[in-house]
Design a binder for this molecule. Structure first.
Ligand SMILES: *[C@@H]1O[C@H](CO)[C@@H](O)[C@H](O)[C@H]1NC(C)=O
Ligand SMILES: *[C@@H]1O[C@H](CO)[C@@H](O)[C@H](O)[C@H]1NC(C)=O
Length: 394
C-alpha cells in the first residue's frame, strides 16, 4: 500500500507537488534564426511568496534553480537547450529550430527555491514557424573564445555581435542563426582560472554572398598559415575587437545548397493553417479487444484444463492394479514368490521365539573380537595423502 502511495506521488506532475504554478506562456520561434528566451525570475518569486502562509511571507526567496523539460518527457526537444550556470545566474532556453522541428513544443519549467525548497511550475508553449525564405544561404561560423554561452544570449549582446559582424561582412540582412557552446562541439571544460571561458560558436547568416574579407580568412592560404601557428590572411579590420575575441583560424563558411530546404507545407489535411493550434483527439475509439482477451486469457486456461484432464485420466484410470499385474505374471513365478515369502515369514517367527540365546554378533554394533568390548569404530589407517614421503628424521 505504501509503495503504491509513493509511486503515485512520484508519478504526479510537478505542479501538484509544489502547488503553485504560473499561467501558461506562449512564444513563437522561426526557423533560420536563433531562439532565446530568458526565464524571468520575478513572476516565479512572486508566485513563491503568494503561495505561502501569512506568517512566512517575509522570508526571502533566495537563489532559484530552474529546470526545463518537454511536458511529460524527461528531456528537451533536440533543437532546444537550457543554460543556467548557478542558482543566482539568469536561465535561458535557446536553440535553432530547423524545418523538421516546426510545430508546437510544450516545455515544463520548474523553478525551485534553494532557500525554502518551494517549487513553482510554468508551461511554456513554443510554436516553431518555418520561415518562408528558408535558412540563410550563406552562413559564417565564428568562434568567440572569451565568452560562455549564456553571456552571448542576452539580446543586447547578440545585437552588438551582429553589428560587429557587419563590419567584416557588409550585408544588411545579417542575422544570428545559431549560438552553441564550444563544449557541445567537443571542446574541453576550461580550467577554473579567472578569464578562461568555454568559448561559443556563433553562426551568422545572410542571403547574400560572403565578403572578400571572410573568403580570404577562410582561404587555403589562411588555413596553411593557421597550421603553421600564424594568423590567417587579413584583408580588413577586425571589427569584433576589442569586445569579442574571435579565433579567426576556426572561422568556417558554409553555403547551404539551394533547394535543400524542405518544400513549404500545403495547408490541407494534416497541415494546420498559419497560427492554428492543433487540438489532439481526446478519447481513442474503443478497439475490439475481445479476440485478444480470449487469446491471452482463455487459451492458456483451456490448455491447462486439458492437461489436467489428461494427467487425471492417466493417474486414475490407466493405473496398473495388483490384479492386472498378477494376471500378467506367469503362474510359476507367482508360486516361487509366494514360497519365498512364506519361508521368510516362518524364519522370522522362529527367531522371535528364541528368548535366551544372545543375538548374533553380526547384528550388533561394532565390537572388539578379543575383549568383546563394544566401542565406536577405531579410526582407520592414516590418510595416505597426508603421510610424509620420507620418514621423519630422528
Ligand atoms: C546549431 O549548431 C549546432 C552545433 O554546431 C548544430 O548541432 C545544429 O545543427 C545547429 N543548428 C542549426 C539549425 O544549424
Ligand atoms: C580551432 O581550430 C583548430 C584547428 O584549426 C582546432 O585544433 C581547435 O580545436 C579549434 N578550437 C575549438 C575550440 O574548437
Amino acid at each position: 500500500m505504501e509503495v503504491l502511495a509513493l509511486l503515485w506521488l512520484w508519478a504526479l506532475p510537478a505542479p501538484a507537488l509544489g502547488g503553485a504554478s504560473l499561467p501558461e506562456l506562449r512564444l513563437s520561434a522561426a526557423t533560420g534564426a536563433v531562439f532565446v528566451h530568458e526565464l524571468q525570475r520575478e513572476p516565479f518569486e512572486e508566485a513563491f511568496v503568494a503561495a505561502r502562509e501569512e506568517d512566512s511571507a517575509a522570508v526571502p526567496v533566495g537563489p532559484t534553480t530552474f529546470h526545463a523539460h518537454l511536458g511529460g518527457r524527461p528531456d528537451l526537444p533536440r533543437w532546444l537547450r537550457f543554460a543556467q550556470r548557478h542558482p543566482s545566474a539568469p536561465a535561458y532556453l535557446y536553440g535553432s529550430p530547423t524545418d523538421a522541428d516546426a510545430g508546437t513544443h510544450s516545455i515544463e519549467v520548474l523553478a525551485y527555491s534553494r532557500a525554502t525548497y518551494e517549487t513553482v511550475a510554468q508551461s511554456v508553449i513554443v510554436t516553431v514557424v518555418p520561415s518562408p525564405a528558408g535558412p540563410p544561404r550563406y552562413q559564417g561560423e565564428f568562434l568567440v573564445t572569451d565568452r560562455d554561452v549564456e553571456e552571448l544570449l542576452p539580446a543586447a549582446t547578440r545585437r552588438r555581435f551582429a553589428e560587429a559582424a557587419r563590419g567584416v561582412w557588409e550585408r544588411r540582412d545579417l542575422a544570428i542563426v545559431n549560438v552553441t557552446s564550444a563544449l557541445h562541439r567537443g571542446a574541453r571544460v576550461p580550467l577554473p582560472i579567472e578569464g578562461r571561458k568555454e568559448g561559443v560558436y556563433v553562426t551568422v547568416g545572410s542571403h547574400g554572398t560572403f565578403s572578400q574579407c571572410l573568403v580570404a580568412a577562410a582561404s587555403p592560404q589562411s588555413r596553411l598559415r593557421c597550421r603553421l601557428g600564424q594568423q590567417p590572411v587579413a584583408t580588413c579590420y577586425d571589427t569584433f575587437a576589442p569586445r569579442f575575441s574571435i579565433a579567426w583560424c576556426n572561422l568556417s563558411l558554409l553555403e547551404v545548397p539551394v533547394g535543400s530546404a524542405a518544400p513549404a507545407p500545403v495547408p490541407g489535411s494534416g497541415v494546420l493553417e498559419e497560427g492554428g493550434d492543433f487540438a489532439p483527439p481526446t478519447a481513442a475509439p474503443a478497439a475490439p479487444l475481445l479476440a485478444g482477451y480470449l487469446l491471452t486469457l482463455l487459451l492458456p486456461l483451456l490448455l491447462a484444463a486439458l492437461l489436467c484432464l489428461l494427467l487425471g485420466h492417466l493417474m486414475c484410470c490407466r493405473r496398473q492394479g495388483l490384479q492386472k499385474r498378477d494376471k500378467e505374471t506367469p503362474d510359476i513365478q507367482l508360486a516361487h514368490h509366494r514360497s519365498v515369502r512364506g519361508d521368510a515369514e516362518e524364519l522370522r517367527r522362529m527367531a522371535a521365539a528364541r528368548a535366551d540365546v544372545p543375538r548374533p554378533l553380526s547384528t550388533l554394533p561394532m565390537f572388539n573380537v578379543r575383549t568383546g568390548q563394544r566401542a565406536p569404530p577405531a579410526r582407520g589407517p592414516p590418510d595416505a595423502a597426508r603421510r610424509p614421503l620420507l620418514p621423519p628424521q630422528q
